[in-house]
Design a binder for this molecule. Structure first.
Ligand code: HEM
Length: 426
């Protein structure tokens, strides 16, 4: 049953994907920040109710108290009222993935996997990231148009993350398809495996997501077996040798990590790159500044991240009665941290609705903050930087040739397709 609009704060339903896809979310957040920054959002028969956090400082507070606001009861959306006792390993629903782990185990696990994601590891990958970027651009260079998402933005994160995991190139398209099924499950375009008459429904979303998850886990279970027999120089082989407190990681630990990393590494960075191009095309003066002086790229990447907030939210559950901004939060209540709102918070960012590639300071929360701060932030930043450097070097006049086709989601600020035109490179 739909939520009675009279129960919603100012009638704003933050679980309604069109609010985001039709570009109305920022107005809604601006109103909430001003009038009711910690509103209660009622649940439905299926979903829990939750407190929405719209202010930067409140999100900071919650993220920095992982003992009081835990991740292990799920970090995506409102969560199901009754999960039937199912203990999944996918990131959204609790269980044993790094992103849904609480201290103290989280700290130990994080220390273990951190080694592959240090600034040094990221810098060492730069030449191969640049090489792959140019190979991707080579594939469209003789043409004058393409789908920027399918042919460019999605290809780099896919190559980087699959490369790290040692996955053969012939399965990369399958990984692209399955990550779309899991994280884009609410969009009818990715519901091709369910009967046509139910597409667009909550049930279609559930089936699509579960189907994608099962196929992905099945695939990784096989790869893990192969690596046990024949270790390679890749992340999966390293994890097979790794231990926490003297105990080797379990099959479930490794499966969960593979599952998390393939999702987190692909969907977000792809959208940051596509969203970045859309934003730069919509702000020609800032784009011209950047193209005239590419040494401004690091600031531009940060501003793109602030502006686009590739993930709309993460959520937590309170473990004790507490208060946020004077609002009582009961033990067991869920809070959702809305990053696009924090990233336009007037108390933190002067003139927050201005896209400014030299904004400083720019302490946006696009990667979260605190204990669960994005493990892959260094890779994401590097991929964005290299992509825009090479893209503007080779196709300086690239332009959007139509509106972005946005993903129907309240979790991911996704773009599924983006037509672009450019002068073919020599
Ligand atoms: C622009 C791209 C990206 C964005 C916006 C993004 C955003 C985020 C956010 C907001 C979190 C915090 C989760 C929380 O607090 O509950 C997170 C965590 C995480 N991200 Fe990213 N991410 C991006 C790219 C990547 C990449 C490229 C990888 C892997 C190569 C990655 C792997 C992870 C992992 C493993 C975590 C969990 C960390 C933990 O729980 O300790 N992310 N990301």
């Amino acid at each position: 049953m739909p939520i009675d609009p009279a129960l919603l704060p100012f009638g704003i339903n933050l679980l309604d994907a069109p609010l985001f896809t039709e570009g109305k979310a920022h107005e809604a957040f601006r109103l909430l920040r001003r009038e009711r920054p910690v509103p209660w959002h009622p649940g439905t028969e299926r979903l829990n109710g939750f407190w929405s956090l719209t202010k930067y400082e409140d999100i900071l507070h919650v993220s920095r108290h992982p003992e009081l606001f835990i991740s292990s009861k799920g970090i995506v959306g409102a969560g199901l009222r009754d999960d039937g006792g199912y203990v999944p390993i996918r990131p959204g629903d609790g269980g044993i993935s790094l992103i849904t782990m609480d201290p103290p185990r989280h700290v130990k696990m994080r220390r273990l996997v951190n080694k592959g994601f240090t600034p040094r590891a990221v810098n060492a990958m730069e030449p191969s990231i640049r090489k792959v970027t140019n190979e991707i651009l080579d594939r469209v260079a003789s043409r004058n148009e393409c789908d920027f998402v399918l042919e460019i933005a999605s290809q780099l994160p896919l190559a980087v993350i699959c490369g790290m995991m040692g996955l053969p190139q012939d399965v990369w398209p399958l990984m692209f398809e399955l990550t779309n099924s899991v994280l884009g499950a609410g969009d009818p375009e990715y519901q091709s495996e369910v009967p046509e008459e139910v597409r667009g429904s909550g049930e279609a979303e559930r089936q699509t997501s579960m189907g994608g998850e099962m196929r992905m886990l099945g695939y990784f279970a096989e790869i893990i077996e192969q690596r046990r027999r024949e270790p390679q120089d890749d992340l999966i082989s390293i994890l097979l040798e790794a231990d926490v407190d003297g105990e080797l990681l379990t099959q479930q630990d490794i499966l969960a990590f593979c599952f998390l990393i393939i999702l987190a590494g692909n969907e977000t960075t792809r959208n940051a790159i596509s969203g970045g191009l859309v934003t730069l095309c919509e702000h020609p003066e800032e784009r011209a500044r950047l193209q005239a002086d590419m040494s401004l790229i690091d600031g531009a990447v940060e501003e793109i991240l602030r502006w686009t907030s590739p993930l709309h939210h993460m959520s937590r559950v309170a473990t004790a009665d507490t208060e946020i901004r004077g609002q009582k939060i009961a033990s067991g209540d869920r809070v959702i941290m809305w990053y696009p709102s924090a990233n336009r918070d007037e108390d933190i960012f002067p003139d927050p609705y201005r896209f400014d590639i030299t904004r400083s300071p720019n302490d946006h929360l696009a990667f979260g903050i605190g204990e669960h701060f994005c493990l892959g932030a260094g890779f994401a930043r590097k991929e964005m930087r290299v992509m825009f450097e090479e893209l503007f070097r080779r196709f300086p006049d690239i332009q959007t040739a139509g509106p972005p086709d946005r993903l129907r989601s309240t979790f991911i600020n996704g773009i599924k397709h983006l037509p672009v035109t450019f002068t073919p490179a020599r």
